[in-house]
Design a protein around this ligand. Structure first.
Ligand SMILES: [Zn+2]
Length: 695
């Protein structure tokens, strides 16, 4: 072990896993410095080569470069998410700017881009059409196109003057994104609904009260309860509070996040209507510099959907069905309110409340009854078993392989021939120093460019660990999360490509949730539940009646869900599709668009524009909120292939799924990959059926 800095060492560990026990926070900054210098030197060698630009000396060389940087960066990124510390957080603050500068330096390197551009131009001349589906040639073609696009979309083709303006725009956008999310946070944390006596807390169950009491204590109130506008407070309050006047007050504040602080009077820094308008204006200019007439076209160019028309076709198909379904649900809610002698006309702040009453009456199953069938151990076995049945791979626990925390389990993954293909780390429990939510990541990507490199994949969950000596029991939702992340994990583990840039989950934004959402379907298969959902004490299989109840509940409230989603997605694409934003009045735009789609009065946008952080806290989901629905179309249609084959583990279907989806990374254009798996383009009907929105 390199005593000076283990991050820079050659790791003589099983699978080359990072020597976590030897790594300290203080090792990262110096390791980054060395890694960045060596990466830049590698790129300089490529850029200043006297050889004419070729695939090997430019494209493949670029893909191969930066190995040390990536190794250090992946360990750092994973540890700060899964096992952080104040020391690591300090390094995070220190390194944010140098890492961003490093990436910027790569994509603005003109000599380097000139060579990539030259190889791309040669390819355009010799390969106007995509090469055959599975040839290595096509993988090379795809890599050239991918790298070229990475550089172009970062502004590499702009002239010198435009580059300066582009840099200014991107920097100003970063400031505005931060401002936008801070304004939302300000409104969420500053709002306080105090509940003092039992009349104020009517209807609230113990778990809501406990959280509300803690919120009050944290803010220095020594009596009563406090409801804030954080989602984990407001949603249960609206669901359970029988005080309609308080629901209305809280709901209206919730809807005004991002603008209510100063009465929405148009302060350019404090009012998110102004901040968002500035962002929209700069994004339009950004798109125009790239030669597009609007931002949506620029953003959608690098997606599977490809065009606004494709996105609008999807949304305009779902919207009328969702709205119609939501109207039926609304009359159901109204009937429930009337039956309860509540003399009201249902308004948006009543939706959660009456929906919960219907849910309890029609679909309720006691969580306490369900959980004993869903132990973490059993559900992990279930996920592994499904992967074995589908893809022939097996998982062997390797207890001697040490990860970064004693609770993280390491599994060796082998293919049907018994050859190791990956190392899988399963990090399941919530910890104070771990980020919330669930996610998949890689410590190392699969590739073959510098010899056989096996992937090291991690799944993070945040399950509450069972008491000492007790098993950890999951809710059905938790189990679904485990399957979802494992689906992403398989996408990384089964990757079978040559180049790093095309490895595993390096696919387009509206394709990446297909392997994860698809894998969730196997958890709902009765055969899988009967085999693996077994009672923790009696080992008895889950009763059919309970499975039936869980399945019945699946289409409940889906009209509301789809309609609130669609309204937000439609406004996103229309707003980013504007070709002229002079004098844009965001509030008027929102009103007019909702009127144009005849929004039912009992529902509302899932995210109104002044707090639509997906769109404005970063560019990540700008003109891309539709991707969640897009992926649902794909996963429902893909699973139907197994239903049609009459077997959830049909061999021919799973072979195609492995070849074209789970192992092919980004080597095929996504629509081509999908069609190769399914034998045709995806259709929307299975998703509509799954949501109960089919005709
Ligand atoms: Zn996901």
């Amino acid at each position: 072990m390199n005593a000076a800095n283990p991050l820079l060492d050659n790791w003589q560990t099983p699978f080359g896993i990072a020597p976590f026990a030897h790594i300290r926070a203080a090792h990262f900054s110096p390791a980054y410095a060395v890694a960045i210098t060596s990466h830049l030197a590698e790129l300089d060698t490529i850029a200043s080569s006297v050889e004419p630009p070729s695939f090997q000396n430019t494209i493949a060389a670029f893909d191969s470069a930066g190995g040390l940087f990536e190794r250090v960066d992946r360990v750092f990124e994973n540890l700060t998410a899964s096992e952080s510390s104040s020391e690591l957080q300090a390094v995070e603050r220190e390194m944010a700017a140098p890492i961003a500068a490093h990436l910027n330096q790569i994509y603005t390197n003109e000599k380097l881009f000139a060579r990539i551009d030259a190889v791309h131009a040669q390819l355009q001349r010799t390969h106007p059409q995509q090469a055959a589906l599975t040839s290595k040639n096509s993988e090379q073609t795809r890599l050239v196109e991918r790298l070229y696009l990475d550089f172009v979309r970062a502004g590499a083709k702009l002239d010198a003057k435009s580059k300066v303006r582009y840099g200014d725009i991107m920097q100003r956008l970063a400031e505005l994104n931060t401002r936008f999310s801070q304004n939302v946070l300000r409104d969420e944390s500053s709002y306080q609904l105090r509940l003092i006596d039992s009349a104020d807390t009517a209807g609230l169950p113990d778990f809501v009260l406990a959280a509300a009491r803690q919120a009050a204590a944290e803010r220095g109130f020594n009596n009563g309860y406090l409801i804030t506008l954080s989602r984990s407070h407001i949603a249960p309050f609206l669901t359970f509070s029988s005080r309609r006047d308080l629901r209305e007050a809280a709901f209206k504040a919730w809807l005004l996040r991002g603008e209510f602080h100063d009465g929405g009077n148009g302060d350019s820094e404090k009012d998110n209507k102004c901040v968002a308008t500035s962002i929209i204006t700069l994004r339009l200019e950004q798109a125009q510099l790239h030669g597009y007439t609007n931002y949506a076209d620029y953003a959608l160019h690098d997606t599977m959907a490809g065009t606004q028309a494709a996105v609008l076709t999807l949304l305009n198909t779902v919207w009328p069905r969702a709205a119609a379904r939501a109207r039926i649900e609304a009359s159901d809610l109204q009937a429930t309110a009337t039956a309860l002698d509540d003399n009201i006309t249902v308004q948006p702040w009543d939706w959660f409340y009456y929906a919960e009453k219907i849910r309890q009456a029609r679909f309720d199953f006691d969580e306490a009854l369900v959980k004993p069938y869903f132990s973490l151990e059993r559900m992990t076995e279930a996920a592994f078993d499904c992967a074995t049945k589908l893809f022939g791979i097996t998982f062997t626990l390797r207890p001697e392989i040490e990860a970064y925390h004693a609770d993280v389990k390491a599994y060796e993954v082998k293919n049907a021939e018994g050859k190791p293909i990956a190392l899988f780390l399963h990090d399941n429990f919530a910890r104070a120093n771990k980020r919330g939510g669930a996610w998949m990541n890689a410590y190392r990507l699969q590739s073959r460019i510098d010899g056989e490199v096996l992937p090291i994949i991690v799944n993070n969950n945040n399950f509450a660990k069972g008491a000492i000596g007790e098993p950890t029991l999951l809710s059905f939702d938790d189990a679904r999360t485990l399957f979802h992340e494992f689906g992403h994990g398989l996408h990384g583990m089964l990757s079978n490509v040559h180049y790093k840039r095309l490895s595993g989950t390096s696919v387009l934004r509206d394709f990446v949730e297909l392997p994860s959402q698809l894998f969730e379907h196997w958890l709902s298969e009765p055969a899988v539940l009967k085999k693996h959902a077994r009672h923790i004490v009696t080992n008895e299989a889950i009763p059919d009646a309970l499975i039936q109840k869980m399945q019945n509940a699946r289409t409940f409230n889906q009209g509301f869900d789809a309609a609130t989603f669609c309204a937000s997605a439609l406004l996103d694409i229309k707003l980013h599709g504007l070709t002229n934003v002079d004098g844009l009045d965001l509030a008027a735009f929102e009103r007019e668009q909702l009127a144009a789609i005849d929004m039912p009065q009992q529902i509302y946008m899932r995210h109104r524009l002044p707090h639509f952080s997906h769109l404005f806290a970063s560019a990540g989901y700008a003109a891309a909120y539709y991707v969640y629905l897009w992926a649902e179309v794909l996963d429902a249609d893909a699973y139907d292939a197994f239903t049609e084959a009459g077997d959830p583990f049909d061999e021919a279907t799973s072979q195609r799924l492995l070849q074209f989806i789970y192992s092919s990374g980004g080597i095929l254009p996504p629509m081509q990959a999908y069609a190769a798996f399914r034998g045709r383009a995806p259709t929307i009907e299975p998703m509509l059926k799954k949501k109960g929105l089919a005709a």
